[in-house]
Design a protein around this ligand. Sequence first.
Ligand code: PRP
Ligand code: ADE
Length: 170
Amino acid sequence: MDLKAHIRDIPDFPKPGILFRDITPLLSDPTALQYTIDLFAEQVAEYRPNYIVGIESRGFIFGMPLAYKLGVGFAPVRKPGKLPAAVHTASYALEYGKDTLELHQDAFPEGSRVLIIDDLIATGGTAAATAKLVEQTGCTVAGYGFVIELVGLEGRTKLPDVPVTVLLQY
Ligand SMILES: O=P(O)(O)OC[C@H]1O[C@H](OP(=O)(O)OP(=O)(O)O)[C@H](O)[C@@H]1O
Ligand SMILES: Nc1ncnc2[nH]cnc12
């Protein structure tokens, strides 16, 4: 299946100079959606995670069905002030801004293997900050999974030395 045919390019969103890779056409096509989740699950299963974290908000879309398919638990990494219990905090730089992420301190039992899922890796700041959050819980990052990698931004160089799965590269 040609998954790239289901990604829409929107120039100058959300700021001039950014070419936005829009996943909503992929989400709205039932065949492409099932194919994507099935392929993604097949590729990350070998990391043998005990938990998946999905990064707010597009990471939730892919992280949850993967957790369901792999039969593991899910935890959300959220933007500040959204999680109700005690949190760990990490700051990061975006391709188009700067933000902070939070994870519940008791999201996983200590020593768990945690797979980090997001829709897209650009500069890698978001994904690298999420690894710091997972490490603060006393757990190990088992790997990363992204639907899309923007290769030119070299986000992978910011990630810890763990396996990375990407379905599409631009
Ligand atoms: O590799 P980076 O340069 O850090 O950028 C990648 C992040 O940017 C987007 O999220 P965004 O903050 O736009 O939030 P959203 O998922 O809520 O749309 C995307 O979903 C990744 O999480
Ligand atoms: N170019 C891009 N397209 C879609 N989501 C993004 N997140 C960061 N950069 C992005």
